[in-house]
Design a protein. Sequence first.
Lengths: 278, 286
Amino acid sequence: MKSRQRTKRKPLDLALAAVTYIAAGLTVAILLLLIGYVVIQGVPNLKLSMFSPRYTSENVSAFPAIVTTVELTLLSLIIAVPLGVCTAIYLTEYARRGNRVVGLIRITAETLSGIPSIVYGLFGMLFFVTALGWGFSLIAGALTLAIMILPLIMRTTEEALLSVPDSYREGSFGLGAGRLRTVFRIVLPAAVPGILSGVILAIGRIVGETAALIYTAGTAAEMPTLTGSARTLAVHMYTLSSEGLHTGEAYATAVILLVLVVGINALAAFSAKKLTRA
Amino acid sequence: MKTATREKLVSAVFLAVALTSVAAVALICVFLFASGIPAVGEIGVFRFLLGREWSPTDVPPVFGILPMILGSLYVTAGAILFGVPVGVLTSVFMARMCRPRLYRVIKPALDLLAGIPSIVYGFFGLMVLVPLTREIFGGTGKSIFTASLLLGIMILPTIIGVSESALRSVPQSYYEGALALGASHTRAVYFTVLPAAKSGIFAGVILGIGRAIGETMAVIMVAGNQARAPTGVFKGVRTLTANIVMEMGYSEGLHREALIATGVVLFVFILIINVSFSLVKRRSKQ
């Protein structure tokens, strides 16, 4: 009886384990294939002319795109981080439990985080570009992306604030500090690593974004100005690959993007580790 | 007394800032619907949603987005077909079968997979998957199949992440109880832990559907983008998202409004998916 059971059980066990390992192996293999392919095709195409300060149709310089990426990232963060952090502070430190407004804010934030980037792009085009009459501009792109990353900043900040022990707050109140002082002097500093990892994740999303930018910041390959059209690296790569004339440069841009993403992920992991240690 | 009024003021300021996200959603709804709905009225709801022909430059133009709606649905279904089995099995591996040392390598790898820009996925699809599909299955290689495969890869990190945390939140006593009744490790995981995490995993799948249906840049590079009802798995297809990106640049008048209305349809799909996601998540919490 016992032995029959064992022979019956074993093949199924083996099969399930095998399928599991195969699936996990497949996932990792896909990642390796993707990164390996882009690096092998892209690294030989990294030329110094790609980093010349001006874009011409001959050098296809990515330099203006790099500057645009940095500026757009900073602008979006400057807009979204204060809004997101203050919202999280309101939700965790000020709002009373069961407050209806809190529910509304949570629902809208969840809605925002599910909206696809092309819909953000459409909205940005309709509102900032057309209705406000700003045209394709860096600022229109930055505001669109700021709305896009707002829920991410909110959620990570909220988690970080919630993980600050209540004894910190009680100690501060006990020493006679008001709520505002407690929040900014005690709670917020303790939550900084968590907020930082949210900011880093947001940077990752901005750097990789294309669909929300094509019809807000536009695709001009010039050095960025606040009110002028400019393209980020990802948009640069999109235009190169859709034109189909500069495949080598597109690969090289992909390598730059990959390096950025790896760097951003490493930073996020580092700050998360700091968070768990704190 | 003075501090009390100040605290009240500060609280009001925080509340005002916190309402930004509410204002953002309201603005997005107002602008999308106000710009898209009139076009739908002009074209006719049924002719727009169920029209089989999309010829915006014909005289008179014809705006039917059924091919694109079907395109989005097919491609998303395909992505689920590829992505869910691999994703769920990988999450089982991550949560229950993985040594800690290996986990420390694979987890960052998955984060990387999630962080790679969609344009890089699209380019990879164009350069690797499209020729591969062309070699093996014939045709141009830009097809429902290729787009599904690529989207299936892209939604892996989402599905793995949500399923893994669902699996981890199953009480350890379930697993131990199964072991005590004589089940092997694999059986305990697959026949007690996995079913217990069912609704959490389902929430992950819904989130993956949302990602897949909203994905734009990767899809337009591998799907072929023909604006007609797809006739086969290895034929080209155009999604709702692709329709917007491809034609918005040169469209004007009613054509432009019809594209915005395409965005509205996509937005409504996403809202439905979001609502079902929160319903499932709420149920999984109970």
